[in-house]
Design a protein. Structure first.
Length: 229
């Protein structure tokens, strides 16, 4: 009887151990799936952000980045360390990866980008074609595509503006002037749209003002910040 009892106990222990292993395996699979999902989200966001930095519309406004390009040998490159230290890139990676891993993710993200790439050693971002500021200004009628907006809370962010005006049409650039010391918005912004038609639509719909309902968290039309700029 004693041996039978021992065998039952041993069998029970093996069954419990097997259940634990199966549970651990399921947890590992779930964690791996979450990591893959997180990696995909980061890759998508990184591609969008870096393509924005090197886009014609941003280079037209971003004299710092444009001058860096002009100083490079072929007028197309910027050191990767400079881009990695931009606050938005740091925010996206959130200290989750070391620099080598960050560069690997970026290289993968930009593999099919028509705008910019990361070179083999990861030291340079390279725009696919040279940017000509004067030509861009002359041919794209930037002033006619840009809408002036005012009278909104000083808590507004680029993300809120992007989320609100993206409801009207494709946005190329947002300029949100801030006070030097407080860093709070001055109460007005410039929204550059993809076309004159979309900018006219924005003027007709909003008349240079952001409806209060978009900024009120209690309102059903409240626009969540999406963190895309």
């Amino acid at each position: 009887m004693e041996k039978v009892s021992e065998r039952k106990e041993e069998k029970r222990s093996r069954a419990i151990e097997k259940k634990k292993m199966n549970l651990q395996k399921k947890i590992a699979i779930a964690e791996n799936s979450n990591l893959l999902a997180d990696r995909k989200d980061i890759t998508t966001a990184i591609k969008k952000q870096i393509e924005f930095y090197f886009s014609d519309s941003n280079l037209y406004h971003d004299t710092f980045l444009h001058e860096l390009l002009l100083k490079s040998d072929n007028k197309l490159q910027v050191d990767s360390n400079i881009i990695l230290n931009f606050s938005r890139i740091k925010q996206l990676f959130n200290d989750s990866f070391d620099q080598d891993k960050q560069l690997a993710i970026i290289k993968d993200a930009l593999a099919d980008s028509p705008i910019v790439s990361l070179n083999e050693d990861g030291k340079k971002f390279e725009r696919k074609k040279e940017f000509n500021r004067e030509e861009y200004n002359r041919t794209t009628e930037i002033d006619k595509r840009t809408v002036y907006v005012e009278n909104f809370p000083n808590t507004i962010t680029h993300e809120h503006l992007a989320a609100i005006f993206a409801k009207i049409g494709k946005i190329l650039h947002i300029s949100l002037p801030r006070f030097t010391q407080s860093k709070k918005p001055k109460g007005f912004a410039f929204i550059e749209f993809d076309s004159i038609e979309i900018s006219q639509r924005a003027i007709e719909k909003l008349n240079g003002m952001i409806p209060a309902e978009f900024m009120d968290p209690e309102n059903r039309h409240y626009v969540e910040s999406e963190g895309i700029w």
